[in-house]
Design a protein around this ligand. Structure first.
Ligand code: GUN
Length: 291
């Protein structure tokens, strides 16, 4: 059994990106610039954005943060998006989700110039990804593909089961796994799927992305399977300094002995997500997706 080390892989990728950025700068190009928009004071969002800014520093990127109170109007926020679209110094930007209830996330996402949509959430990027054209790809599924590749997990002709059909993870994951070059036969399970356990038992690769701690148990996993855990639920833990710890969607203790490869939580998929955002920002700066 191999434990996939997402933390170390992400560190290596950040180093690779930093080397490329220094070569760009030495050749007279400016540093890639990622901007982030943060609305309100949600604890999770604050942490995510702080980690994204830290990753920018490690990659040699310029970063900037635009903060707004939770009472910003939708029209004002759309104005911020338009400004960033028009700012030639900004290569890519993200609007951290969730947004307050009075603001349409759909409207804001669709207002982002697809050429700067390094989250890969704009319908144009989702559509291009779906038909296999160059696109900014949602960070978590892209990070998982990168882990699978770097660890040499065999995918061609294998059966993959994705649990969860979110727009950000499950659905794009199912599409990427079925694409030419990855070549899995994919089943996408969701809350209306009967007997998910039986479906999973057939799988060579399981990607669990439902946000239910410990959902995948040993009886659901075939001997020699690869299990990718996207879950990051905070569960109360009085022994932890912060009073909580992260728990994945997979019952690691019982599932891992059956696996060929498995990702831990924390330190598996999580660190790769921000890394994918950095890769997308570099692609935006190089105009590699939209010429
Ligand atoms: N909220 C949780 N994950 C993400 C993400 O990947 N991008 C943005 N913009 N918001 C998020």
């Amino acid at each position: 059994m191999t434990i996939i080390d997402g933390k170390e892989t992400a560190r290596q990728i950040r180093q690779e990106i930093a080397a490329e950025v220094e070569a760009m700068v030495a050749a007279g190009r400016r540093r890639p610039h990622l901007a982030a928009v943060l609305v309100g004071h949600d604890g999770g969002s604050e942490t995510y954005v702080a980690n994204k800014i830290k990753a920018c520093e490690e990659c040699g990127f310029k970063s900037s943060l635009r903060r707004f109170e939770a009472d910003i109007t939708e029209e004002q926020l759309l104005g911020v998006v338009r400004e960033l679209n028009d700012d030639d110094d900004v290569d890519g930007f993200i609007v951290q989700l969730p947004l307050p209830a009075h603001i349409s996330e759909e409207k804001v996402t669709e207002a982002i110039d697809p050429r700067k949509d390094v989250d890969g959430f704009h319908p144009q990027n989702v559509g291009r990804m779906t038909i296999g054209s160059p696109a900014f790809i949602s960070a978590t599924p892209q990070g998982i593909i990168e882990l699978i590749r770097r660890y040499g997990v065999e995918t061609r002709g294998k059966k993959a089961v994705v649990i969860g059909r979110s727009n950000i993870v499950g659905r794009p994951m199912s599409i990427l796994l079925s694409q030419k070059g990855v070549d899995c036969t994919v089943t996408l399970c969701h809350s209306r799927t009967p007997d998910i356990a039986a479906v999973c038992r057939e799988a060579d690769i399981i990607v669990a992305a439902i946000g239910k701690p410990g959902f995948v148990t040993a009886d659901m996993v075939k001997e020699g399977a690869t299990v990718i855990d996207v879950g990051t639920t905070r569960v109360a833990d009085t022994t932890a300094a912060r009073g909580w710890r992260l728990r994945g969607d997979v019952d690691f203790a019982t599932v891992s002995p059956k696996c060929a490869f498995i990702t831990p939580v924390p330190g598996g998929v999580g660190p790769m997500t921000i890394c994918s955002l950095m890769q997308n920002t570099l692609l935006a700066a190089k105009k590699a997706i939209y010429k």
